[in-house]
Ligand binder design. Structure first.
Ligand SMILES: [Zn+2]
Length: 160
């Protein structure tokens, strides 16, 4: 069986940046995705087409095929007063927000100086070259329900 549209694929992988730092990893067969449904970044999805169970590959993905280039206009300085509650604001904290066109987005705190908080709406991996070592652990056909939903359901069926 080969990876193509409408297949549910299980991968073990390690993701590193160009300095060799591990950004993300799944080695226990717990990562599955529906191929052809934009569940994963385009560069990785394309590299996996035609691969079979047991295949290994190393692939380097440029930002435009990954999480996009950084966009400095998505960074802005806001007043600390804007943050509700009395939770302490720290660098690296993430918040759910709405983009100017109403799309849900995640912003993170990039910098704090006095009452000025710099928030960044870029994906944390925007502008980063991604180096994947991937092993294809399993491939199966997607169910009709999974195809309709555009994502994988767990072994016990529906999880949402
Ligand atoms: Zn579903």
């Amino acid at each position: 069986m080969q990876i193509t549209e409408k297949m549910v694929v299980t991968l073990n992988y390690t993701l590193k940046d160009d300095d060799g730092n591990v950004i993300d990893s799944a080695q226990d067969g717990s990562f599955t995705y529906l191929h052809g449904a934009a569940n994963i970044i385009p560069g990785l999805e394309n590299a996996l087409i035609g691969k079979g169970e047991g295949d290994s590959l190393s692939v380097t993905i440029e930002p435009e095929e990954g999480y996009g280039e950084r966009n400095d206009s998505m960074t802005q300085v806001v007043s600390r007063d804007l943050f509700e509650g009395d939770e302490e604001i720290t660098v690296g904290m993430q918040f759910h927000a709405e983009s100017p066109d109403g799309q849900p987005m995640t912003v993170s705190v990039a910098h704090i100086e006095g009452d000025d908080v710099t928030i960044d709406g870029n994906h944390p991996l925007a502008g980063v070259r991604l180096n994947f070592d991937v092993n294809v652990v399993g491939i199966r056909e997607a169910s009709a329900e999974e195809m309709e939903h555009g994502h994988v359901h767990g072994p016990d069926g529906h999880h949402h």
